[in-house]
Design a protein around this ligand. Sequence first.
Ligand code: KG4
Ligand code: ZN
Length: 347
Amino acid sequence: MIVLGLETSCDATSAAVVEDGRLVRSCIIASSSNDFTGSGGVIPEQAAREQLKSILPVIKRSLEAAGISHHDLDAIAVTHAPGLLGSLLIGTTTARTLALTWNKPLIPVHHTLGHLSSTWLIDNQKPETRNQKPDFPILALSVSGGHSDLWLRRSHTDNKLLGSTIDDAAGEAFDKGAVLLGLPYPGGPALAALAEKGDETRYPFPKMLAHDTSLNFSFSGLKTSLKYLLRDLAAADTTINDEDRASIAASYQLAICNHLIRRLKQAIEMHSDVREIHLVGGVSANLRLRSMTEALGKEHGVIVRWPSTIRYCTDNGAMIAAAGTFLFQEQQSNEPMRFVTSAAKGL
Ligand code: KG4
Ligand code: ZN
């Protein structure tokens, strides 16, 4: 089954061609994130205008790179929620029009389900990894700029939300921390790079939701602690040199990762039949989080996976094509899948 996947929920415009929900034949990503370097975040209307400019050329390039024409497609999958409404509407309106014109089934995909499916993707450079197929039940930590969710997955369509953030998302914590440290947007990769040269034990941050036994997350207090730390250092007339900044970044990164790992550990102890832990979403690109999750997996004898390349951690059309394929295969009827384009969360 060959599916074209379209993702336009934020500042990335992506189209990808995926075979059987796994083999990525092409994945083109145009991003306007550089336009927002100085603003500390995405400006929704500007992002939507960029989506409009990019969407058709990106689709054309994805078909060419896959070496196919639209006649070869079995379906089109598109992100319909959640995200920036203007950006989402560019993707869904384009997808509805192409599905009608080319006479293809149209599959609406929730953005989170896309991220959850990203661990199935195989790069066409590494087809031998096809044998390494994920196995349910899976505990999936989906962490991005828009959400931080912990899922218990028993199949592609049986997903139970175990916990979620009550304020900022983990990626947002990275991005806001980066702004405070004077780093460019998107802050996650920049903060992680700075943290590499720092001492993560030097500036201990408070433990988030220390007495809360739920599986929810909270990150906004960390950002406030960072703000006060920087304010107090400035008030004490302490010169913050490059080494100090790196250690502040490393300590802040460790606090975010510790909170995520603590919840993963609680969840794995509650669900002993889980076979795999998956890290997905933009923050799954973080190397510190990966190494800590790997250690947790070893401790509990479960396989740990994250997307096979960084491109599949952040927003991309391939994960939408994969999720669309699995939904299409598992759907019970041949009725067209009706949907509304929506900014609202909730799978
Ligand atoms: O999944 P994604 O591309 O978009 C959303 O759905 O939000 O995630 C983007 C988020 C941003 O907050 C970005 O700072 C974060 O992922 N991110 C990282 C890293 N790479 C991207 N955070 C920490 N470490 C990284 N290496
Ligand atoms: Zn995302």
